[in-house]
Every structure is written in structure tokens, then in C-alpha cells.
Design a protein around this ligand. Structure first.
Ligand SMILES: [Cu+2]
Length: 146
């Protein structure tokens, strides 16, 4: 008999859960944006949340897949809704992948991530020249094969 009572109680508990979940704060804005292509590396990744956070639990930065040591993320001074993750002085170009974990004021743990590319204008010009040369080579190969 008691087992029959359990199911409706469980359903009620599950239905009540989404109401509690909406209490999470959410990311309003991350700078630079995910997928951004920049010519200079920013000093930091800045993530703005809708509500103040309790703390930054951890953060990690990787450039071209290599983890950067000594990343010290923190809440912005005087603004507990903003997380600031400083980027390394070197390297200043490559594929940046930044992840962070924060604890909201409701004690829930939230994770964030952003990835972007930094390529100086000179490097971009070089890459364009290389791409054009490869196109020429491919066209030459096609001409030989036909
Ligand atoms: Cu929450």
C-alpha cells in the first residue's frame, strides 16, 4: 500500500523542481564573445551574470590546447555579478579556451566557457598568402592531372 503512495509523491517532487531551478542566475554577457576572431588578445575574459555570485570556484585557460598555469579568476571588485579571468601575458595569439566555475548566491554551482581566436593582422596576411599559394598549387595539380 505504501508503495502506491510513493509514485504520486515523487511526481509532485519532480514537478516542483523546475520552479526551484529558475532561481539560478544566468550569464548575461561574456567578453570576448564565443567564437570571436580578434587581432589582439584582451587582458581578461569578463563574464557578467544577472545576479551577484557567492564566489569563483575555479577557472582555466588553454591556448592552442596548452593549459596556462597560475590563472587567478575573481569577482570584479565592487561587482559580485561579474567574473574576471585574466589572460596570460604570453602567448598573445592562438586559440583561446577559457572555462570557469562559480557558485551562485543560492549556492548552486554554475559552469561557463568561451573560446575565441587571436591572430595579429600580420599573421592573418601571411595566412591569406599561404591559402592563396595552396589554391594556386591545387589548381596546378589539377591542370597536370587532366
Ligand atoms: Cu540555483
Amino acid at each position: 500500500m505504501t508503495r502506491r503512495l510513493c509514485a504520486p509523491v515523487l511526481v509532485a517532487a519532480v514537478l516542483a523542481a523546475p520552479a526551484a531551478a529558475t532561481a539560478h542566475t544566468t550569464v548575461e554577457d561574456v567578453t570576448p564573445a564565443d567564437g570571436a576572431r580578434l587581432t589582439t588578445a584582451p587582458a581578461a575574459v569578463v563574464a557578467r551574470y544577472a545576479e551577484p555570485l557567492a564566489e569563483v570556484v575555479e577557472a582555466a585557460v588553454a591556448v592552442d590546447g596548452a593549459a596556462v598555469a597560475g590563472v587567478r579568476a575573481r569577482l570584479a571588485p565592487g561587482d559580485a555579478s561579474t567574473v574576471r579571468i585574466p589572460l596570460p601575458a604570453s602567448p598573445r595569439s592562438g586559440r583561446f579556451a577559457v572555462t570557469w566555475t562559480v557558485r551562485g548566491a543560492d549556492s548552486h554551482v554554475l559552469e561557463g566557457a568561451v573560446a575565441f581566436t587571436v591572430a595579429p593582422p600580420a599573421l592573418r596576411a601571411d595566412l591569406r598568402r599561404i591559402a592563396a599559394a595552396l589554391d594556386d598549387a591545387a589548381a596546378a595539380l589539377r591542370a597536370i592531372q587532366t
